[in-house]
Ligand binder design. Structure first.
Ligand SMILES: *Cc1c(COP(=O)(O)O)cnc(C)c1O
Length: 411
């Protein structure tokens, strides 16, 4: 058996390619000929499957240690397909603090569709177990048999605060109640954690982010641990039809070949930037699980690394928009996980759909800036941040600077 980096580069052997091409071909065919009426070919119609998609699906299954992979037209199409394997009336426990599009899909689509979506703090394992078990803790069950949740859904690292969810601990709880575990592994990829090995049943990716890694394709991937779940997901993929087109499958495949190299550089750069920010007088808080102290905690939860996304808060009085508007190497944009560095203001750009009170409750303040660190020279990134902070400092009203100095904010 080959190892992870070899699997990234080569995937599974291609058997239908007699040309010697070192890359699997892109098959631009929607239909495949039968040799005779009775001879059902391996592929007949490209929505149901095609060799280009098969290659990527086999590869992600191999990388995530599952039985079968599935490629979708977006991360949300992937999540939609997985959730559609449940039935109206089923209770699904969903981690607080998930990707906004997923939150909206659960609460504005699947709740209308009859799934009972219940939010839970996945960091508070005791209350999580009560919610999964179906005991709401108010003592008013009246002796009724509690119905455990059908599934628990959460992200490995929360966005944009980068809290680490303990897949193994959550899976252990879920297994006690026969509850399926679905993990969105977008922020860490199989390079840093393979959730199926830690007890998850299904792992989902927005491959748009780290897996493809170049901000040039929208894609979603799913891997199932067992054949039963895989068959239900295949039904959803083939019948709802949100499949990834062959050319996009190839773009994801090519991106994935360099996943480890990109991720290593992104992590090195992210850690250096987190340390720079920690020491900067205009920064009051840095969220990055790779920082000393938080790192051990994260490693204990099964992570081999911490990815390239971090967030930080500027001190009161400093306008975070001024910092962002003055960045030149960092591009001001949503999304993450690509070779180029991106910066954004969650309260205005990625998390504006959350009511302000909700946002503040989970810690997404108006001063919070999120960075997705790329593979550039880290000195260019640090200098870029430095000159943007200088601009924001120059714009501070004089009385603000004085009161900040008195309060020791710039100490
Ligand atoms: C981007 C993202 C999604 C949605 O994926 P799309 O490819 O944009 O549909 C889901 N989950 C997480 C964690 C994401 O970052």
């Amino acid at each position: 058996m080959t190892r992870f980096n070899t699997q990234l580069v080569h995937g599974l052997p291609v058997h239908d390619n007699t040309t010697g091409a070192v890359n699997p071909p892109i098959y631009n065919s929607s239909t495949y000929a039968f040799e005779s009426v009775d001879a059902m070919p391996r592929w007949d119609y490209a929505r149901s499957g095609n060799p280009t998609r098969d290659f990527l699906e086999g590869q992600i299954a191999q990388l995530e240690h599952g039985v079968r992979g599935f490629a979708f037209a977006s991360g949300l199409a992937a999540i939609h397909a997985v959730l559609s394997t449940f039935s109206p009336g089923d209770r699904i426990v969903v981690g607080k603090n998930i990707y906004g599009g997923s939150y909206s899909l659960f609460n504005e689509f699947f709740s209308r569709w009859g799934l009972c979506i219940e939010a839970a703090d996945t960091a508070d394992l005791e209350s999580l177990e009560r919610i999964i078990a179906g005991n709401d803790g108010d003592g008013n069950d009246g002796g009724k048999q509690a119905t455990p949740a059908k599934a628990v859904y959460f992200e490995t690292l929360t966005n944009p605060l980068l809290q680490v969810n303990d897949v193994q601990a959550i899976a252990r709880i879920a297994q006690r109640h026969g509850t399926h575990v679905i993990v969105d592994n977008t922020f860490v990829t199989p390079y840093l954690q393979q959730p199926l090995d830690l007890g998850a049943d299904v792992v989902i990716h927005s491959a748009t982010k780290y897996l493809a890694g170049h901000s040039d394709v929208i894609a979603g991937l799913v891997v199932a641990k067992d054949e039963d779940f895989a068959q239900r997901i295949y039904f959803a993929q083939n019948r709802i039809g949100g499949v990834l087109a062959p050319a996009e499958c190839d773009a994801v495949r090519r991106g994935m070949q360099t996943l480890s190299l990109r991720m290593e550089r992104q992590q090195d750069n992210a850690l250096a930037i987190a340390q720079y920010l920690l020491a900067h007088p205009l920064v009051r808080k840095v969220n990055y699980p790779g920082l000393p102290g938080s790192g051990e905690n994260a490693a204990a939860k099964g992570l081999r690394g911490f990815g390239g996304v971090l967030s930080f808060e500027v001190v009161p009085g400093v306008d975070p928009s001024t910092v962002l508007d003055n960045l030149h190497v960092f591009r001001l944009a949503v999304s993450l996980g690509a070779v180029e560095s991106l910066a954004e203001l969650p309260c205005r750009m990625t998390h504006f759909e959350l009511p302000r009170e909700e946002r503040l409750k989970v810690g997404i303040t108006d001063e919070l800036i999120r960075l997705s660190v790329g593979i550039e020279d880290v000195s260019d990134l640090v200098e870029d941040l430095g000159q943007a902070f200088d601009k924001a400092y120059e714009e501070l009203p004089a009385e603000d600077v004085e009161s900040q100095l008195r309060s020791g904010a710039f100490a």
